[in-house]
Design a protein around this ligand. Structure first.
Ligand code: SF4
Length: 126
């Protein structure tokens, strides 16, 4: 069902295909295709915009337009099928993978940098 709503917009000119936005999307709505981020299906994107803060190039924005309605059932089905598009992020300080540690995104000078919970105290306290 098409509805007027907020949904992510990807500027392909700005997207460099780094993949940083793929795994932070809780719904698994994003994939990399031909070196560019892409929304797999509109019904998987809830328009929350978490990915916006992650993108280092400003390629992601939110727009209001006619789109397929967000569907939690579609997300559950999508996630139950397992995502082959998972791209784990790494701590910029010690390089540990999010598969092995908890990572938090920290904004600095317009960039989102991932830090694990072991390295974060050093960043805070110096
Ligand atoms: S984080 Fe930005 S530049 Fe990187 S793949 Fe996603 S949209 Fe493209």
């Amino acid at each position: 069902m098409m509805v007027m709503r907020t949904i992510v917009h990807i500027d392909e000119e700005l997207c460099d295909g780094c993949g940083a936005c793929i795994s932070p999307c809780a719904e698994g709505a994003l994939i990399l295709e031909n070196g560019k981020a892409k929304v797999i299906r509109e019904e998987l994107c809830d328009g929350a915009g978490v990915c916006l803060a992650i993108c280092p190039t400003g390629a992601l924005t939110l727009e209001s337009r006619l789109a397929e309605a967000f569907s939690e059932q579609a997300v559950e089905k999508h996630q139950a099928g397992g995502s082959s598009h998972y791209i784990p992020q790494h701590c910029v300080s010690c390089n540990v993978s999010e598969d092995d540690a908890y990572l938090l995104a920290i904004k600095n000078r317009g960039k989102s940098l991932w830090y694990c919970t072991r390295c974060l105290p050093r960043l805070i306290h110096g």
